[in-house]
Design a binder for this molecule. Structure first.
Ligand SMILES: Cc1ncc(COP(=O)(O)O)c(C=O)c1O
Length: 481
């Protein structure tokens, strides 16, 4: 069939498609009318007609003397305190969070489901798998004792030295002897909680927080208090100080660098104040630094542990998001709790697999890790820009989203009338999986929020799925308004 659409319409449709799939993000400047006409071999009037049509539809904005810009729809979500309090029905029954996490994970592993939320990078582009595979094969051939000897703590010296060398990039001066290797960051968090609390104690959690912490606390017989966060600047330190001063917390868990699910980080001054507070009140801070190396800024902003005076900060991390989730290699530095932590680890699982530990050590020593991280940071910064652009194009007006400072997670707030638990069900019926906001709060807060992730290649199916999700959210908002 002949394409009979006028030229200006062809151009307008092309630009709209680029905005729709995120290639032209909100805020970007279009080529000037003259440039566009020259590069496409069309008349100035044709370009003007296309731009004016998009402007009339609210997709472009003309700024005097500056040109045409794609309208940005996304603002940051407001601080937590401005939110409506959780409703009774939104509050999950005790112990139900694990069941809900299992439902979400089961949804994400269904072969035909498009997963928009999982924080597990998908695809060879995100991991140096081949290189690691070669190192593992080479080591098992040259040093078979890595498999046949019983691996005892403290584990490969090379790896512990390399962990310390790389930790300097986060402002940390750590000693290899103080590094405890763990089964991922999750085991480090668990050991830390067990070392510093007793059943019945209360732990301060950021709200929202990493959802696995909620059932973990429950299993350890611990209570939690949700501390508000600001979507852009993290943990509310005044609220924390009040709780510390009233002696209501026996420990605090926080993600000051690239928070999950917010995707944002605390400012350096706030990190210093956080370290000072926990030292002053002598309350242990468990710093989850899992995403810290994925901060986009260079040099890397420091971890809170960098300002720890008397060993009250326990820092926990792993290579799950940077090298390979299957390695399950994590580490921690326990400050004044180091001895207790080493004993707990020994009782729990003795040590980590020596072959994998050695292989990561070799990779880190070769310089490959720094190079890989540099690439990952650029890649994820572009991915989250694209994701935000897609959200801006696909979601209803009034939607807000965080601007990540690292990693690949974006925290989205939908307009009033939306409920992301219901959205989860509706989306799943259309083969799309998300994580509803209430999963990230022990009391079921954040019912208008969801976490989206940009750690997969954006295929046409992903773009379509985001648009479907946006339409479902829009329909919910209209029905609830
Ligand atoms: C913030 C945070 N901490 C800890 C973990 C657990 O990490 P690992 O898989 O290394 O145990 C995750 C996993 O997604 C996470 O997002």
């Amino acid at each position: 069939m002949l394409d009979t659409a006028p030229r200006y319409q062809v151009l307008a449709d092309e630009l709209r498609e680029a905005m729709r799939d995120g290639r032209l993000p909100g805020g970007s400047r279009l080529p000037s009318v003259r440039e566009a006409a020259a590069s496409r071999g069309i008349s100035i009037n044709t370009v003007l007609a296309a731009y004016r049509q998009l402007e009339a539809r609210g997709l472009l904005e003309a700024r005097p003397q500056a040109g045409y810009f794609v309208r940005a729809h996304l603002g940051s979500p407001p601080p937590w305190a401005q939110e409506t309090p959780p409703t009774r029905t939104a509050r999950p029954a005790a112990g139900a969070v694990l069941t809900r996490i299992a439902t979400v994970l089961a949804a994400q592993t269904q072969p035909d489901t498009i997963d928009l939320s999982l924080a597990c990078p998908k695809g060879g582009d995100f991991y140096p798998g081949e290189r690691l595979g070669r190192i593992v094969a080479d080591l098992s051939r040259r040093r078979p004792a890595l498999l046949t000897d019983y691996s005892l703590p403290p584990g490969p010296t090379l790896l512990r030295q390399e962990i310390c060398r790389h930790a300097q990039d986060l402002g940390l001066a750590l000693q290899p002897d103080a590094i405890l290797l763990t089964n991922g960051c999750m085991e480090a968090l668990q050991l830390a909680l067990r070392a510093v609390t007793r059943p019945g104690d209360t732990v301060g959690l950021e709200s929202p927080t990493y959802f696995n912490l909620i059932p973990l606390l429950e299993r350890l017989g611990l209570k939690s208090i949700e501390i508000p966060t600001h979507p852009d600047s993290g943990l509310a330190l005044d609220a924390l100080e009040l709780l510390l001063a009233e002696r209501r917390l026996q420990a605090v868990v926080a993600m000051p660098n690239v928070h999950n699910p917010l995707g944002t980080s605390m400012a350096v001054a706030a990190k210093k104040r956080l370290a000072a507070l926990v030292n002053e009140y002598r309350v242990p801070l468990i710093e989850d630094a899992l995403y810290a190396e994925l901060q986009y800024a260079t040099p890397l902003p420091p971890a809170v542990k960098a300002f720890d005076r008397d060993g009250w900060v326990i820092v926990c991390a792993s290579y799950t998001k940077t090298l390979a989730p299957g390695l399950r290699m994590g580490w921690m530095e326990g400050g004044r709790f180091a001895r207790e932590l080493a004993e707990l680890k020994f009782c729990a699982s003795v040590a980590q697999p020596a072959l994998l530990g050695e292989a990561i050590g070799v990779f880190l020593e070769s310089g490959g890790y720094r190079q890989h991280l540099r690439r990952l940071r650029r890649l994820y910064a572009a991915q989250t820009d694209r994701l935000r652009a897609l959200i801006g194009a696909a979601f209803p007006p009034g939607t807000r989203a965080t601007q990540p400072t690292g990693g690949f997670l974006v925290w989205v707030e939908l307009p009033p009338g939306c409920d992301t638990q219901r959205l989860f069900d509706a989306a799943l019926a259309r083969g799309i999986s998300i994580t509803p906001g209430s999963l990230y709060s022990p009391s079921g807060r954040h019912t208008r929020h969801l976490r989206l992730s940009g750690c997969y290649p954006f295929t046409a199916r992903h773009v379509e799925a985001l648009h479907t999700l946006g339409e479902l959210a829009g329909a919910q908002g209209r029905a609830g308004a």
